[in-house]
Each structure stands twice: as structure tokens, then as C-alpha cells.
Design a protein around this ligand. Structure first.
Ligand code: ATP
Length: 369
């Protein structure tokens, strides 16, 4: 593809002991983070957890109260924003209304007196598939098209690190999904380091190579999306990334790499390596899709990982039917079944649940369930 410039590697980004205080309030607490060059990295968390503050410090728009920021090994902590090899794309696109699309994209390059500004801007527009709209003004574009112009404008400057602060927040769901796909494709193609801030877990999971889940100014857990989903280490992560069933239990023994725990009326097993704590009170988790739903009591009981309860909610979603099941002394357990023609369970039915020990995970006993 001739529109794509040669693969220019991004830079490593490192945060060392970053803290940000606003008067008494600590917005970001002692953050340590290394993002290898060329990574699509997502900072994910609820409103107010400190994502934007972290991004603003990387951009040089806010100074950290403590700690250091390194880009490509160079300490940039005291450098002003324009001297850092970073560009930021915000949710509000901030295109210049009186300029054409092409002039908007060329703006930064012209300011840097780049002789090839117009040529590079055209290439940038091709990359986001908008070269045919080069002569329009921003107001003549849709929201998604404006978003792509903002992205092209940032990309043509070839920052080593591209910061994206909820860049898709203003788009409707369909366009948002399409842009997620395109952004990821562009990032893979140009090989820059992307730091993407979002509170949308699906967006973070589908786009990022590495996700850091933030809560109250700290990173709770960081890893590949699948690893975070399969093996959350805290109740916050378990609940923020998808749905989880969590139940209180007490460890009673250990055998063949499995921890045996007693929950109310049910024995559960969890692999030792999937538990953050191996004795005392713990919290056992299992994802809804890992549960098997049976209409009849199982003929042969293993004595482990088996629950029964009453269906208290049934919702049809098209491909699946979701159930909420009240399990005595344990609480509400969510699961679903594929709609393959069998008769779904009804409200009030007694149903039986089981799961494979390999899918349990174990959290600390003091987690709030
Ligand atoms: P959102 O998703 O809502 O944008 P966020 O995770 O990006 O949230 P931040 O904008 O980083 O959150 O804010 C983190 C915390 O710091 C919030 O509690 C916020 O109220 C506080 N905060 C941010 N900027 C300032 C400021 N200039 N002065 C005082 N407090 C601030």
C-alpha cells in the first residue's frame, strides 16, 4: 500500500513513581508503568480514576507532583509539551473550522516548516481513507470523518507516542465499533506506541495489546486482555471486565494442585496457580459462560463445583438466553445458554449448575463481593 509510510517504530514509555496531587486530593498514586515501543496500550477505568490525569502528564499538559516520565529512554519530566515526541487526540476533535480538511492535517507540519507538508498530509488522509474529502471544511464532515481527520493530523507528525483520550466517545455505537477496528489497523501498520484512555471495557479489550485497569489513582491489574479476563486478581477487575459470579468460601485443604474450599452448601476447587491466596477465607469466582446449566439434577455427582437454585430472571437476547439464579446462602448467579432450539428454563424452575475446576479463580477473602 503506497499510502502507508515506512514503518516508524514508536518509543518505549516509562512512568516511574508518578504521583499527582491536586491540593489534598491524590488523583494518581505512585504509578509505575513500562509500555514497550509499538504497543497498543489501554488505560481503562471508571470515571474519576485518574486516566486523563495520567495522560495529561505524559503529554506534558500537567506536571507530576512526584516521579519521572521517560520517552525512548529520555527523561522528559520537565520538558514542555511541544518538545516531547507525543501528540494527543482528544474526544473533541478541535479541527480548525476555517481550514479545509487537507490544511487541517498539514497544519502542524507547516508550522515545523516541513517542505513536504502537503504531500505528507495527503498521505495521511489516504491512510484514514479520506483523501476524497480533502477540500471540504470540517463542518461538512460526519463525526466519524472529523475524528479520522484529527487522527490523520496527529499521525502525520510522526510522534513516537500517540495519546488518545476517549477519542471515540462522541461517536454512535456502530461508528465507534468501525473506528475501533480502523484505529487498531492503523496502529499495527505504522507501529507507533498508542496510549488509549477509555472507560469502555469492550473497547479496551478489542483494541489493546495490553490493558491497565485503573481504580482510585492506582493500577489494579495490567496484562493482555484475555489474561485479565480469564484471571482477574481483584473483585474490581473481575466485575469491571465483563460479568463475574463471586462467592465466599473457606479453604479446607489442598490436593494435586487444587485448593479445596467450602462455600455455603457446596465444595469448590480452584487451581493453586489461579488463586491469589491459599488459606483462610477466600472468594471464589467463575465467569457466567463457564457454567453448565442443567434442567435435571446430575445423575453422577462429583461432589465439587455444583450448585442448585431457582431461576428468578430470564432474558432473551437473540443468540442467548440469560438467567439469574438465586442459590440459597450463596446469592445470585448469572449464566446463559445458547438458543439452539431446546426449551429454555422458566422463571421459578429449579436448575443445577456445574463447572470445571480449571475455570475457577480465587481472590483474597477481604474482597467486597
Ligand atoms: P473521566 O473518565 O471521567 O474523564 P478520569 O479517570 O480521566 O475520569 P481524571 O480526569 O484523571 O479522571 O481525574 C481524576 C481525579 O482527579 C478526579 O477525582 C478529578 O475530580 C480530580 N481532578 C482532575 N483534575 C483536577 C484539578 N485540576 N483539580 C482538582 N482535582 C482534579
Amino acid at each position: 500500500n503506497p499510502a502507508v509510510p515506512p514503518r516508524s517504530e514508536g518509543a518505549d514509555l516509562e512512568l516511574k513513581g508518578i504521583t499527582k496531587r491536586f491540593a489534598e486530593f491524590i488523583a494518581v498514586k505512585d504509578l509505575d508503568l513500562t509500555v514497550p515501543s509499538g504497543t497498543f496500550f489501554a488505560l481503562l477505568g471508571p470515571s474519576g480514576c485518574g486516566k486523563s490525569t495520567t495522560l495529561r502528564m505524559i503529554a506534558g499538559l500537567d506536571a507530576p507532583s512526584e516521579g519521572e516520565i521517560l520517552i525512548g529512554g529520555k527523561n522528559v519530566t520537565s520538558l514542555p509539551s511541544h518538545q516531547r515526541e507525543v501528540n494527543t487526540v482528544f474526544q473533541s476533535y478541535a479541527l480548525f473550522p476555517h481550514m479545509t480538511v487537507l490544511e487541517n492535517v498539514a497544519f502542524g507540519l507547516k508550522r515545523k516548516k516541513d517542505k513536504k507538508a502537503m504531500e505528507k498530509a495527503r498521505e495521511g488522509l489516504k491512510m484514514v481513507e479520506l483523501d476524497h474529502l480533502a477540500n471540504r471544511r470540517p463542518e461538512q464532515l460526519s463525526g466519524g470523518q472529523q475524528q479520522r481527520v484529527a487522527l490523520a493530523r496527529a499521525l502525520v507528525n510522526r510522534p513516537q507516542v500517540l495519546l488518545l483520550d476517549e477519542p471515540l466517545g462522541a461517536l454512535d455505537m456502530k461508528l465507534r465499533r468501525q473506528m475501533q477496528f480502523e484505529l487498531k489497523a492503523i496502529q499495527t501498520e505504522v507501529g507507533l506506541t498508542f496510549i488509549h484512555v477509555t472507560h469502555d471495557q469492550e473497547e479496551a479489550m478489542t483494541m489493546a495489546d495490553v490493558v491497565a485497569v485503573m481504580n482510585e489513582g492506582r493500577i489494579e491489574q495490567m496484562g493482555a486482555p484475555r489474561d485479565l479476563y480469564e484471571l482477574p486478581k481483584t473483585a474490581f477487575v473481575a466485575n469491571f471486565l465483563g460479568k463475574s459470579n463471586l462467592m465466599r468460601a473457606h479453604v479446607v485443604g489442598q490436593q494435586e494442585g487444587l485448593i479445596e474450599a467450602q462455600a455455603a452448601g457446596c465444595k469448590v476447587l480452584v487451581p493453586v496457580e489461579r488463586a491469589v491466596q491459599h488459606e483462610g477465607d477466600i472468594v471464589i469466582g467463575v465467569r457466567p459462560e463457564k457454567l453448565h446449566l442443567h434442567r435435571e439434577a446430575p445423575q453422577e455427582s462429583t461432589g465439587y463445583n455444583e450448585l442448585s437454585g431457582q431461576v428468578i430472571d430470564v432474558s432473551f437476547t437473540g443468540t442467548t438466553t440469560e438467567y439469574l439464579i438465586e442459590v440459597p446462602d450463596i446469592g445470585r448467579i448469572g449464566t446463559f445458554s445458547q438458543n439452539r432450539g431446546q426449551q429454555p428454563a422458566q422463571m421459578g424452575d429449579t436448575v443445577y449448575l456445574s463447572w470445571d475446576s480449571a475455570h475457577s479463580f480465587g481472590l483474597a477473602g477481604d474482597e467486597v463481593v
